[in-house]
Design a protein around this ligand. Sequence first.
Ligand SMILES: O=C(O)CCC(=O)C(=O)O
Ligand SMILES: [Fe+2]
Length: 181
Amino acid sequence: MGSYVLGDDKVHREDETRISKNAWLYDTNPVVSRLSRRISLLTGFKTEVRPYNTYAEAFQVVNYGLGGLYGPHLDCLSKNGDTESEYSQFKDSGERVATWMFYLSDVEFGGATVFPRAKARIPARKGTAAFWFNTFRNGLPDSRTLHAGCPVVLGDKWVANKWLRSIGQTFIRPCALDKNL
Ligand SMILES: O=C(O)CCC(=O)C(=O)O
Ligand SMILES: [Fe+2]
């Protein structure tokens, strides 16, 4: 116990771009912590979750029911970092330099993740994962990472996000003046 926190325990319908429920899973659970460790081993990023200057966020587990979706967005905090809480999150731990997303379920129909600018589509398949960098080498958001969770038409969908933060990870993914380096 104590290893998970129910997010807002409500369905998100703030702006009609996200219909889902979520909860946060912490590494105090041994299975969760093994998954974090694997992400660290595979990507090189540190995944330790700390109250300040965290290297990563806890797992955000997301469930979409029938009709659940997530409209096109960037995972970066700075692109819309105009709310107080997003700004303070950003200041302490830096940008969401990369996203690791586990697919925890199959979806009978619908529910793929699409990257319309990068022209990529990732079907929701249990046991698979997606990984991408959200920023350029210069630390600015890469708008080509725009992505969306397509509507679930049949079945339901579970994913788990692990956001890797930039502060303290400079030697893992060195920054550069040229955004394309
Ligand atoms: O559910 C998906 O396919 C995408 C989820 C996502 O982009 C997010 O939670 O930030
Ligand atoms: Fe996202």
